[in-house]
Design a protein around this ligand. Structure first.
Ligand code: GLU
Length: 383
């Protein structure tokens, strides 16, 4: 029997669908997948070459648990350019999901409450529960483009509120929270000593508007834990390189968990990560420009399907359309996959407010986008 802790959470909704798609493809079924949030591009050559050289040079041993010094410095320099007042000693290198997991374990106790926007990415609720704490959803509305109302955050705070999780640009809605909203939320949390975990993994995947790091706001560095990584920006999902930026005290605490879990991030990916951050950035820009074209194409196609309504997202690579069929999103996704051979992620996986929606990851080729939407259109017409 697995622990009660593990029983309290479902498997990841995003990874579950992706695994199913892999299995169906391996069985020879022609599937168009809009499921996993990962760029279809290959990692740029300069980064790959750097990694290969490291392996050949024998850079295949443990590294310091916090990460190699040049990488910690490159991450800190990059953060300073974005307005985060930090040094290399404020950086811990670790895969981004591991960072989120360790932060939950490091700061949450049973009985603590964690505020998080609804809808939001699938694994936050799970890690909160695994740490024994309670998620408290702050509703956001389709009609407002899923922008958070700071008054709703304020109203949800209780004496047990320990942390707030924010993810802008957002997975699954693509909403880029306006600067004013982020500033207000950051002040509310700083004034009350509520820790902010700001997941900024889509920080560079922005088409309109600008990214504002939570830790760059006045008086917020000390209570903000910024997590980010290379996966989405440099098409490096399989490399598992990310980081936490926080006060030295927080970094030491999280590092304790790192030493007892993965020890360190993979060694030979770290010099390559330095190359990603400090080398030429043209591939990154080309990829983001391509995502913008695909966003526009996908939006035209989704709006052409009767019964679907969708906001224009300013960032990330997801559409989150609302459907008018009386069916649970899990059942709808299941039928689209089994009967229509197109994979989407059910909106309910992203929190209670996600029911009645589904998520499309358009980080795939234009031809797949066109074919996938044609299958969605036919599939929905059959339901
Ligand atoms: N973050 C991506 C997604 O939402 C990858 C899978 C995951 O980590 O959930 O699809």
């Amino acid at each position: 029997m697995v622990s009660k802790r593990l029983q309290s959470v479902p498997a990841s909704g995003t990874v579950k669908i992706a695994n199913l798609v892999s299995q169906m493809k391996a069985d020879g079924v022609d599937i168009v997948s809009f499921s996993m949030g990962e760029p279809d591009f290959n990692t740029p050559d300069n980064i790959v070459e750097s990694c290969v050289k490291s392996v050949r040079d024998g850079f295949t041993h443990y590294t310091p648990s916090m990460g190699i010094a040049p990488l910690r410095k490159a991450i800190a320099d990059d953060a300073v350019r974005k307005g985060i007042p930090c040094k290399a000693s404020n950086v811990l290198v670790t895969p981004t999901k591991q960072a989120i997991f360790m932060i939950a374990l490091a700061y949450l106790d049973p009985g603590d409450e964690v505020l998080l926007p609804d809808p939001t990415w699938v694994s936050y609720e799970a890690v909160i529960r695994l740490a024994g704490a309670e998620p408290v959803y702050v509703n956001t509305r389709f009609e407002n483009g899923f922008v958070i109302d700071p008054a709703d955050v304020e109203a949800a705070i209780t004496p047990r509120t320990k942390m707030l999780i924010i993810n802008s640009p957002s997975n699954p809605t693509g909403c880029v929270q306006p600067e004013k909203v982020l500033r207000e939320i950051s002040k509310i949390c700083a004034d009350r000593g509520i820790k902010v975990m700001s997941d900024e993994i889509y920080e560079h995947v922005i088409y309109e508007g600008k990214h504002f790091p939570m830790a760059s706001f006045k008086d917020s560095f000390d209570n903000t834990l910024t997590v980010s990584g290379l996966s989405k920006t440099y098409a490096m999902t399989g490399w598992r390189v990310g980081w936490v930026i926080a006060s030295e005290e927080d970094i030491k605490a999280i590092n304790k968990l790192q030493t007892h879990s993965i020890t360190c991030c993979t060694s030979f990916t770290q010099p390559a990560a330095v190359e990603a951050l400090t080398g030429p950035q043209d591939s990154r820009r080309t990829m983001i420009a391509e995502f913008k074209k695909r966003r526009d194409l996908a939006l035209d196609l989704v709006n052409d399907i009767p019964g679907l309504e969708c906001n224009k997202p300013d960032g990330a690579f997801y559409l989150f359309p609302k459907y008018d069929i009386d069916m649970k999103s899990a059942d709808l996704a299941e039928r689209l996959l089994q009967e229509g051979h197109v994979a989407v992620t059910p909106g309910r996986a992203f929190g209670p407010a996600g029911e009645g929606f589904f998520r499309i990851s358009y980080a795939t080729s234009e031809s797949q986008i066109i074919e996938g939407f044609s299958r969605i259109k036919k599939g929905l017409a059959r339901l």
